[in-house]
Design a protein. Structure first.
Length: 257
């Protein structure tokens, strides 16, 4: 266990839980750096990752109480992004294995950004997303503006960002932001079910897929065709492809070791 993180690996799946119940798992720059390192290590040692929060929350955002008091204008609110939070989000984007985010309770501020960055997003029925930045005179960060516009469109993204109101899990599902809404006590069992399916899959190809899906929001259609070509060339050289074809021809289930 790392300070602020609880990490377990079983059957090829690493579960990382933000573990500071007293602050509803609020992030500090130091914890963001630790989480970045934990995610990179997990990607090397496991076939799928679950990221969740302990107790009553996923993540309540940045820990404002941990910041030293300063006069208005004396704080460079962008420095923590450069040093800690943006590297964390890029590490998530560039993971070589699938990431499941399991949302229990609030996912607010930077916590909402992390939650939205999952490939599979499981939300408890009483969980919610909150872009709380407008209440303290800041702007959404952690890639929230990029992800929200692509997830729900500019108008709904503007509603979430400008008004700073809670978005309940079911409405987030209706808007296409989450994979599945389940009972609160079913969040982790459901996340583990998905993780087991991913861990038993062709993980090299799955890692390539998740990167292609991230890249699709950046470039042109022609760019994406080129990216898919390069990824397919890599996948075709991997033993998982040979096993998949053999299993198909032999009419058996593939064993992607």
């Amino acid at each position: 266990m790392t300070d602020g993180l609880k990490i377990e690996t079983l059957d090829g799946v690493t579960t990382i839980a933000l573990n500071d119940p007293a602050t509803l798992n609020a992030l500090t720059p130091e914890l963001a750096v630790s989480l970045t390192a934990a995610l990179k290590k997990a990607a090397q040692n496991s076939r799928a990752i679950i990221l969740t929060g302990s107790s009553r929350a996923f993540c309540s955002g940045a820990n404002l109480q941990a910041s030293p008091a300063a006069k208005p204008g004396d704080i460079n609110a962008g420095s923590a992004l450069d040093q800690a939070y943006n590297p964390l989000m890029m590490a998530i984007r560039n993971l070589d294995v699938p990431l499941i985010t399991a949302i229990n309770g609030p996912a607010a501020g930077i916590g909402a950004s992390i939650a939205m960055a999952g490939d599979i997003i499981i939300a408890g029925e009483n969980s919610y997303f909150l872009e709380a930045f407008c209440h303290i005179g800041l702007v959404p960060d952690g890639g929230a503006t990029w992800m929200l516009v692509r997830n729900v469109g500019r108008v709904r993204a503007a509603e979430l960002a400008l008004l700073g109101e809670k978005l309940p899990a079911q409405q987030a599902f209706d808007w296409g932001m989450v994979t599945k809404v389940v009972a609160d006590d079913a969040v982790m069992p459901t996340a583990h079910e998905f993780a087991a399916r991913l861990a038993n899959g062709p993980t090299h190809a799955l890692g390539l897929m998740r990167k292609l899906l991230w890249q699709a929001g950046d470039g042109t259609f022609q760019d994406q065709l080129s990216e898919e070509r390069d990824a397919q060339a890599s996948a075709g050289k991997h033993p998982h492809f040979a096993e998949g074809v053999a299993a198909f021809l032999q009419k058996r289930k593939a064993n992607f070791e």
